[in-house]
Design a protein around this ligand. Structure first.
Ligand code: AMP
Ligand code: GLY
Length: 428
């Protein structure tokens, strides 16, 4: 079948790499793709949010199946329009994508279907939001309701920071309409983990757990980023906890969404906080995490295309996923300056040497060609991904590959996987 992947980051490279290995994939396209994706798919110069152009391309090329990577086109209704045109797609409808597209929608689903999450309230003007902050005290979390490219969540240590966060989102309005409403939420403490399940509207298949590293620098210092590395499985999630997440969070959500007339299809990504008071849902995402997806695809043994297709066709009850026993770990290499200001166009060498290592794949997140040279073209640029027996070996192999990459314009954290390594040490 002819498959089109929408997006151009490390997540989409990992998806293309996995899909290209499927016997059922005869031709693979990616819009817009990047210099690494070009190795496995034909890259089409169409932006991931250009819905009319994507649909035109899919119709004229007679694409059989479209896999949508990022959240923005999902929230904007790409899957709805594709289905109206008779094209199967992986990902939720716009109505179901509100689980990520609107924090207040997600909170309403949680309270209606009794899903454990932080206590919160929504506001559409600053004064009552500030009164709430005075009553509930800091630390407290202020969130823009809509999509804000990962910048809409502000953790506030004191009341003044919380007032400033309210004014930032609602008065200065850097996120536009996404800040028309805010959600103010209780500050939860604990360890975070990512939990993914494939969903076909009715059935859900849990994937392995993962953990990412949001802070820019070693030891979890520095500003938050989209994620500087990830690994799977995440030992912080035991089998018993995974069962609890399915029972108390994922399955009630799927039943709830179906009852609301917004059946959920695609991958459901729950951001969890493991608190002393049980596991709580921090947020839902309606797509694979990035870089988590890179580690997940490296660990997946089954045919990825079959699994994604089963979500779209309502046949997940027929799918059983096989995984490699090893741990998979991704180290993100980013342009110096990220997540603040950074330049583009610095040359990257040594990628072939790194890719030549057994069980290593360098996924590209933000690269471009410049006269046959590969250059950086974004903040997060590479996801150096390794699979090996145990977290320590996976980390060692990933950094061996990183050290073969010659890119003076880039940097990475040197401690990806530290929580799992510490956990393993403390068990000994
Ligand atoms: P979100 O986009 O809602 O996941 O928020 C991004 C990040 O902010 C999360 O990964 C957490 O690190 C943090 N965060 C969000 N909500 C809370 C909360 N209620 N308490 C503490 N940290 C939070
Ligand atoms: N790595 C977290 C995310 O994709 O949202």
């Amino acid at each position: 079948m002819k498959v089109l992947v929408v997006g151009g980051g490390g997540r989409e490279h990992a998806l293309c790499w996995a899909i290209a290995q499927s016997k059922r994939c005869s031709e693979l396209f990616c819009a817009p793709g990047n210099a690494g994706i070009a190795d496995v798919a034909a890259c089409i110069d169409i932006g991931a949010e250009d819905i009319p152009a994507i649909v035109d391309f899919a119709v004229s090329e007679k694409i059989d199946f479209v896999v949508v990577g990022p959240e923005a086109p999902l929230v904007a209704g790409l899957v709805d329009v594709l289905e109206e045109n008779g094209i199967k797609a992986f990902g939720p409808s716009a109505a179901a994508a509100e689980l990520e597209g609107s924090k207040s929608f997600m909170k309403d689903i949680c309270s209606k279907y009794d899903i454990p999450t932080g206590e919160s309230e929504r506001f559409d003007e600053p004064d009552s939001a500030k009164e709430y902050i005075i009553r509930h005290h800091a630390p407290i979390v202020v969130k823009a309701d809509g999509l804000a490219a990962g910048k809409g969540v502000i953790l506030c240590r004191n009341e003044n920071e919380a007032f400033a966060a309210v004014d930032h989102i609602m008065v200065e309005r850097p996120f536009g309409e996404a800040g028309d409403e805010i959600v103010i939420e209780e500050f939860l403490t604990g360890e975070e983990a990512s939990f993914f399940a494939l969903v076909d509207g009715e059935n859900a298949v849990p994937l392995v757990s993962a953990q990412d590293h949001k802070a820019a620098h070693d030891g979890d210092h520095g500003p938050n980023t989209g994620g500087m590395g990830a690994y799977t499985p995440a030992p912080v999630i035991t089998k018993k906890m995974a069962d609890e997440v399915m029972e108390t969070i994922i399955l009630p959500t799927i039943k709830g969404m179906a009852a609301e007339g917004k059946p959920y299809k695609g991958v459901l990504f729950a951001g969890l906080m493991i608190t002393d008071d049980g596991i709580k849902l921090l947020e839902y995402n309606v797509r694979f995490g990035d870089p988590e997806c890179q580690a997940l695809m490296m660990k997946l043994k089954s045919d990825a295309l079959e699994a994604l297709l089963a979500c779209a066709e309502g046949k997940l009850d027929k799918i059983k996923l096989d995984w490699h026993k090893d741990t998979a770990l991704t180290v993100v290499m980013a342009t110096k300056g990220y997540p603040g200001h950074y330049g583009k166009g610095t040359e990257i060498r040594g990628l072939d040497d790194a890719n030549a290592l057994k069980n290593v794949v360098v996924f590209h997140a933000g690269t471009a060609f410049d006269n046959h040279r590969i250059v950086a073209n974004g903040g997060r640029v590479l996801g150096v991904t390794a699979r090996a027996n145990g977290i320590k070996q996976a980390q060692k192999l990933a950094y061996k590959a990183v050290d073969l990459i010659d890119w003076p314009g880039g940097f990475c954290r040197r401690d990806i996987g530290w929580r799992a390594i510490d956990r393993a040490k403390s068990k000994k």
